[in-house]
Structure formats: C-alpha cells, structure tokens
Design a protein around this ligand. Structure first.
Ligand code: HEM
Length: 218
C-alpha cells in the first residue's frame, strides 16, 4: 500500500546537469587562456633563469598584450567560479559528490592506482582521490585569484601583500599555484581520456541518476 505522506520522492536528473556542464567548460576555457597568457607575461621577466615557456604555447603578441588577455580571462574565471561555488553549495552537489574525503580511502585508492588495479566501472561516484583533487584544485584556484589581485593592485592591498611576505613572495606563490593547476590538468585530462565515457558525460549530461527531493509522493 502506498503511503501518501511519504515526503521523500525520487527525481531523476542527468549525472552532470546542463548548468554544471556549462560552468565546467567555461572554467576550462578561461583556465587555458589564463595559463597561456600567464606564460607570456612570465617570459618577459622570468623567476628562474633556466625556465622560459615555449612561445608557441603562449598567448599575446607581447607581454602587455598577454596581460590584457590575462585580465579578460580572469574576469570570466572569477564570475564563473563564484557561480559554480554558489551552485555547488546551494544544490547540495558538493555535499553529495565531494565529501567526505577519508584519508584511508585516499591511500587505498593510490595503492590500487600504483598496482594498476583502478576500477572505472561506475562514473556516477567520484573516488577519494578524485574528490581530493577536485576540492584541492578549487582551493588553489581561489588562492590564484587572490594572489593575482595582489599582484595587480599591490598598493591598494599592500597590507595583504606584506602578510604573504612581499611582492616577490606573492609572485612565487602565484607561479606555484599555476604549476599545481597545470599538474592537475595533466592528470585530469589523462584520466578522462582513459575513460572516454566520462568526457561524453561532461558533454551530453551522462546517465539519469536518482536525486531525492522533499516532494509529496505520487
Ligand atoms: C583547469 C581546468 C579544469 C578544471 C579546474 C576542472 C575541474 C573539474 C572539476 C572540479 C570537476 C568535478 C565537477 C563536479 O562534479 O562538480 C571536473 C569534472 C570533469 N572534468 Fe574537468 N576541469 C578542467 C578542465 C578539464 C578538461 C580540459 C577536460 C577535458 C578532458 C575535463 C574533463 C572533465 C570530465 C570528463 C569530468 C567528469 C569526471 C568524471 O566523471 O569522472 N576537465 N573537472
């Protein structure tokens, strides 16, 4: 007998709803523009004498032009990122998909990866390493936006710059953040290419999955 007072009903929705997909791809494009234009700016005044990025991988005709690209992409990334965070928290997606992250599961997952026993069966759940990488890259991106603003407006934010240890220290942190994001991107894209179904799902939405909502039962 069905109970008409049941408050939990199951609503089916795509694994990656259209809003999430749009936010993800806008973020990816903005991030690639930021990395390439950032390399152009870096090449103009390097932090490490031995490190110059190949010109073919940079964006901008000269450093100042690269800087204009960098600001353009920064606004897109920042606004898109704020909407993504608001979406992730308000819809409960972060709670459902990205937590909890248990250290023991992270270790077990790394062991599996090292012994080449990674399972790719279920694309509807992120494993502990994926969760850690996604939350980690989000935190690094926030740090990149903050340190980027400090480098752009060092006079207005002079106290914050001092807090980080001065202008050159902020430059170094911004550089290390870029390196972490590029590292993430290499692993992220390689893993996605290993399981092409995940890329299709991030383009078309993927399988229908159950979601719970507080609506009266049929
Ligand atoms: C730096 C740029 C990028 C960042 C910061 C990023 C970040 C993320 C994050 C946080 C998620 C989880 C989203 C969620 O479920 O709420 C995700 C998923 C995904 N991303 Fe990216 N991404 C980037 C670029 C790319 C690129 C270039 C590709 C191309 C292959 C890609 C392919 C995917 C796929 C296929 C998923 C779903 C993963 C799965 O189902 O296991 N991403 N990405």
């Amino acid at each position: 007998m069905s109970n008409s007072f049941t408050v939990k009903s199951t609503r089916r929705h795509r694994l990656h709803p259209a809003t999430l997909r749009a936010l993800h791809w806008i973020n990816a494009l903005a991030m690639i523009l930021l990395i390439m234009s950032g390399w152009k700016i870096y090449n103009d005044e390097v932090l490490f004498g031995w490190l110059h990025f190949p010109e073919a991988l940079t964006l901008g005709v000269w450093a100042q032009h690269g800087l204009q690209w960098h600001f353009f992409a920064m606004w897109i990334l920042m606004v898109n990122g704020i909407v993504y965070l608001a979406y992730g928290f308000s819809t409960g997606r972060f709670r459902r998909k990205l937590v909890p992250i248990r250290p023991a599961e992270v270790v077990a997952e790394i062991r599996k990866a090292l012994s080449l026993k990674l399972a790719h069966g279920d694309i509807t759940h992120y494993n502990a390493v994926q969760k850690l990488l996604y939350v980690g890259v989000m935190l690094v991106i926030v740090l990149q936006v903050v340190t980027g603003w400090l480098l752009w407006k060092p006079i207005q934010f002079s106290e914050a710059v001092a807090l980080f240890g001065g202008f050159q220290a902020v430059r170094l942190i911004h550089f290390l953040g870029m390196a972490a994001i590029v590292g993430f991107l290499v692993i992220h894209v390689a893993l996605a290419l290993l399981v092409p179904r995940t890329i299709r799902a991030m383009v078309t939405g993927g399988p229908l999955v159950d979601g719970t909502s507080a609506a009266p039962a049929e």
